[in-house]
Ligand binder design. Structure first.
Ligand code: NAG
Ligand code: NAG
Length: 359
């Protein structure tokens, strides 16, 4: 598909509102749409367009250093591995969209950056992309090990003073992540690492209609979320693995340090998620939790086979509604918490677990 087709598809109708919102902020705001392909072990070819009728700009590198995308404040750097791209946004008004990209059969070493890293990019959108058979090897050469899994990292920057968001729409991650897992490696997110980092504004992430199959990493087999308000909607997680947070590792800072971070799980499905230590499907460390209309099946972990809640205040009974829990905690077997029928939950097994002093 040509970049022009991609742009047109986006302009109508999904992005019309965003276009208007973004363009009315300042006349300088740019919308950049990029399509990136690194298929069957081949190196990356990427191209971006700036604006609705902008010329197509092919990515150059590696070794060319940061390249500014014309008429925007967005620059990119193609790593020496010729596969990984770092996008950096200097303005909160520019909008970066990575659409219809394909990455397949790529092996990164532990020091390579992830295939895609977006730094300081407010309201970026990742849509209709596929990541298949992407691994990070266990070999640890004498270099600085990447903090992230091999696929995508979204990282905040100090230049982001306003609240900002990231959206993953209709993306597919299959057989991707860290080749083996260990807490000491500390790598985040087999598919997505979401990190507010230094941004002043609150970060929220919206994951919709995205599919994660056989993803794994040290923390957050599919998604690691740090200091972010995270919404998972109509998304599917199958056979994910991590030390903590088999599918999703949600870490929230104290509301005194960062505005209250929420985790909303809505109409999503978790099948056969495993954590070595805590939270087979989801570990929730801080923040406020809502889980509704979701299905959890056959979780495994030392603590919390399906959902583990670290901090008592995170849990409100009426926020856990209409879910189906099968093969989660054993009823009455410690540590069991919040294990009773309520609010339309179907409990063939208990779903929510946490420290005993919470209940
Ligand atoms: C982008 O800017 C560079 C440097 O000003 C120029 O040489 C190039 O032709 C521009 N490309 C496009 C697609 O406008
Ligand atoms: C989360 O926020 C806390 C408090 O500001 C901070 O200490 C911590 O480094 C942040 N974590 C990340 C991964 O940015």
């Amino acid at each position: 598909m040509s970049a022009t087709t991609t742009t047109m598809k986006w302009v109508t109708p999904l992005l019309a509102a965003l276009l208007v919102a973004s363009l009315t902020q300042t006349s300088m705001a740019a919308i950049v749409v990029c399509k990136m392909d690194a298929i069957d072990g081949q190196i990356l070819t990427g191209a971006c367009t700036v604006g609705v009728s902008g010329a197509v700009i092919s990515l150059v590198g590696p070794g060319a250093g940061p390249q500014l995308l014309n008429d925007s404040s967005i620059s990119y750097t193609l790593d020496v591995n010729a596969r990984s791209t770092l996008f950096e946004c200097a303005s909160e008004d520019d909008l970066l969209i990575i659409d219809s990209s394909q990455y397949s059969s790529q092996t990164l070493n532990n020091c390579d950056p992830p295939l895609l890293e977006l730094r300081g990019c407010s309201n970026a959108i990742l849509s209709h992309n596929t990541f298949t058979s992407i691994t990070r090897s266990t070999a640890q050469p004498a270099c600085t090990i990447s903090k992230y899994g091999p696929c995508v990292a979204i990282v905040g920057a100090a230049s982001q003073v306003a609240d900002w968001s990231f959206s993953s729409l209709d993306n597919t991650f299959t057989s991707s992540g860290c080749a083996s897992i260990a807490a000491t490696s500390g790598r985040l997110g087999g598919a997505l690492a979401l990190v507010r980092a230094d941004s002043g504004g609150a970060m929220s992430a919206f994951i919709q209609k995205s599919t994660f199959t056989s993803t794994q990493c040290d923390f957050g087999g599919a998604i690691h979320s740090a200091n972010v308000s995270l919404t998972l909607q109509s998304s599917t997680f199958t056979s994910s693995l991590a030390v903590d947070g088999g599918a999703v590792n949600f870490i929230a800072a104290s509301p005194l340090a960062v505005p209250t971070q929420t985790l909303l799980v809505d109409r999503s499905t978790f099948t056969a998620p495993t954590a070595v230590t805590t939270g087979g499907a989801i570990q929730v460390n801080g923040g406020l939790l809502t889980i509704k209309d979701s299905t959890f099946t056959n979780g495994a972990a030392l603590n919390g086979k399906c959902v583990w809640v670290d901090i008592c205040q995170t849990y409100t009974e009426t926020e856990i509604v209409r879910n189906t829990w099968t093969g989660c905690a054993t009823p009455e077997g410690p540590p069991i918490s919040w294990c009773k029928a309520h609010d339309g939950n179907q409990w063939t097994s208990c779903g929510m677990e946490g420290p005993r002093y919470c209940y």
